[in-house]
Design a protein around this ligand. Structure first.
Ligand code: FE2
Length: 384
């Protein structure tokens, strides 16, 4: 980095309240129950909440001290950060906007991301977040909302494509890094950090976004999920869901990722004589899902943009009964376009512990389990 002042120029850090951020994933027993939440409430008018103070932990696993695992948060914000700056020493941040655009003003430049785009901010990079879609900024929204995965482990990378070959899924050319940009501002500013799962704050007399030029590869980037080159069956049956893998954090065990970022984008369903929705399954991975836009094709109702679900290791899940009945009745000689949708999943190697506050949310659906009730056995031993 070619910067105006060294990064060491600031007052000492002091602990502050962690708010709704949590890293105490062992505090509660993890649950094998299927969980689902309605969209989280936006900040009330009259309270000013920026991107950092609006972060709330939904769950996670592992430990930043061991540099393994992740924390899963949502953010709800109605104020831009002007005099507060943040960096995360515990991990890189994968940011998934769901409502409203974010302008990420980082040490290495500015990134603008809107819903259906993502941004990744590497460990340690200082930044602040502006919300250009707010009414107070000339936009139309009262607040912004989205999801954040804080990856304590190896940085996200693109997966090897195996037999797919050289192109497909998320293509490298679509990942965009910012141009260098700086601000030369002096004042009484705040530098926040998340360090070993706790929030700290320090006074700083200038904007730390004073990098005038840079080179290297520890850089923020953005990616438009609508650029994903979706692969799928054009004959029968389902390929593994790894066809939807955007980014992976590899573990020290070859072939087993610590964390995968997966999307379910618009696509054609063409498989014949096949139950086309995402199938019923249990698996070793633990799956936190969110919906960015539209309708998810395996759920008729109850899974709304801004909502979330959690299906932990070996907990059975899949389409609800209404989606099942519709798929069974579908004529699979005809292709079907799943258009108005963008869902995603943070999928982890180890069990995701929901946070105490996530389990206490009024938006947690107590009756989620009922969406799988009423299935009748369809086996007839006398049928030819
Ligand atoms: Fe699943």
């Amino acid at each position: 980095l070619y910067r105006m002042r060294p990064a060491a120029v600031h007052r000492p850090f002091a602990r502050i309240d962690d708010g709704l951020l949590s890293n105490d994933f062992g505090a509660l027993p993890a649950t094998p129950n299927q969980l689902r939440w309605d969209p989280l409430a936006l900040p009330a008018a009259g309270e000013s909440v920026d991107f950092v103070s609006g972060l709330a932990t939904m769950g996670g696993n592992g430990d930043p001290a061991a540099m393994s695992g992740c924390a899963i948060h949502v953010y709800r914000a109605n104020a831009s950060m002007r005099e507060r700056f943040f960096y995360d020493a515990d991990g890189e941040l994968l940011i998934v906007p769901q409502l409203g655009q974010l302008r990420l003003v980082t040490e290495l430049g500015r990134l603008e991301v809107e819903p259906q785009e993502i941004a990744v901010i590497p460990r340690g990079i200082r930044f602040r977040v502006e919300l250009p879609d707010l009414k107070s900024e000339g936009g139309t929204l009262d607040a912004a909302r989205g999801y954040v995965c804080e990856n304590f482990g190896a940085p996200f990378r693109l997966p090897d494509l195996g037999p797919i070959g050289s192109n497909g899924l998320a293509n490298p050319r679509d990942f965009l890094a910012p141009l260098a940009w700086f601000e030369d501002r002096e004042g009484d500013f705040e530098l926040l950090t998340r360090f070993q799962g706790r929030l700290w704050t320090a006074r700083i007399g200038h904007s730390p976004l004073d990098v005038v030029a840079w080179h290297g590869n520890h850089v923020p980037y953005r990616y438009d999920l609508r650029r994903f080159n979706t692969i799928g069956s054009i004959s029968y049956d389902h390929p593994d869901p790894s066809i939807f893998l955007v980014l992976q954090s590899q573990s020290d065990t070859p072939g087993v990722d610590t964390l995968d970022f997966v999307i379910f984008p618009p696509r054609w369903l063409c498989a014949q004589d096949t139950f086309r929705p995402p199938w019923f399954h249990r698996n070793v991975a633990s799956e936190f899902m969110g919906l960015i836009h539209g309708v998810y094709d395996a759920k008729a109702e109850g899974f709304s943009p801004g909502g979330a679900s959690l299906h932990n290791c070996m907990s059975g899940h899949g389409p609800d009964r209404a989606s099942f009945e519709k798929a069974v009745a579908a004529d699979t000689r005809t292709p079907q376009h799943v258009g108005d949708t963008m869902a995603f999943m943070f999928e982890t190697r180890t069990v995701i512990h929901p946070s105490a506050q996530a389990l206490a949310l009024p938006t947690l659906q107590a009756d989620y389990w009922r969406c799988w009730q009423g299935f009748e056995k369809r086996f007839d031993p006398g049928a030819g």
